[in-house]
Design a protein around this ligand. Structure first.
Ligand code: MTE
Ligand code: MO
Length: 202
């Protein structure tokens, strides 16, 4: 059975292999937000790195755009059971943000991402490094649309998509893992789609 916008069966085997358990292919790009889309002008936008309460570095839009940029094609997986293959992003790798802040290693084992809409999400710092995550500024060759998190969003494609904080305002390094917005509301603390870690206890 095929539902409009989703096709679960009769995929070629290599596509099937790229779908984590319980996921179906989305052909469109659904928008999922807990609240209304905030509109942040690039003139007001800043990105801040903190260790606990202590600010480490801060960039304006212009300064941030001068950092080295990387393009990545990645599969993304939403906990509401859609996946999208081969999505194309451009942005600044978290590795390059740390380097620009003069950090040769991350200060703490955990990180909280914070957003302009008050959203937050927690990720082990190691999951943000080694080319695994970026602050994305563009999607499919165009500036990131406001509904999808523009001007800038976190992209952590190997975890469920709620970890990819839209309208990201900064990263805060923390000593102990602390749940973010959805993790406080029952989503899994880590969120590996390949282990189907949708909810706390999965
Ligand atoms: N700031 C912020 N980031 C967010 C959300 C949100 O409500 N606010 N929703 C999350 C959830 S649950 C998902 S599935 C993805 C959806 O991203 P999309 O709207 O670009 O598909 O964004 C994540 N990032
Ligand atoms: Mo989601």
């Amino acid at each position: 059975m095929v539902t409009r916008g989703f096709t679960g069966r009769q995929r070629s085997p290599d596509i099937a292999k790229r779908l984590p358990p319980g996921q179906s292919l989305a052909n469109d790009f659904p928008v999922l937000s807990a609240g209304p889309t905030p509109h942040i002008s690039t003139e007001d936008w800043t990105f801040t790195l903190k260790s606990g309460p202590k600010p480490l570095a801060r960039w304006t839009w212009e300064e941030f755009n001068a950092l080295p940029k990387t393009m990545q094609t990645r599969d993304i997986h939403c906990v509401t059971k859609w996946s999208k293959l081969d999505t194309l992003w451009e942005g600044v790798l978290i590795d390059d943000i740390l380097a620009a802040a003069g950090l040769d290693r991350p200060p703490t084992p955990y990180t909280l991402a914070h957003s302009y809409d008050g959203y937050s999400t927690n990720v082990p710092t190691a999951d943000l490094l080694g080319g695994k995550a970026m602050v994305a500024l563009s999607y499919a060759g165009a500036p990131l649309a406001p509904d999808h998190g523009g001007p800038a969003r976190l992209l952590v494609p190997h975890l469920y998509f709620w970890k990819s904080a839209k309208w990201v305002s900064g990263l805060q390094f923390i000593q102990r893992d602390e749940p973010g917005f959805w993790e406080l509301r029952g989503y899994h603390i880590y969120g590996d789609p390949w282990r189907e870690q949708r909810f706390a206890g999965d």
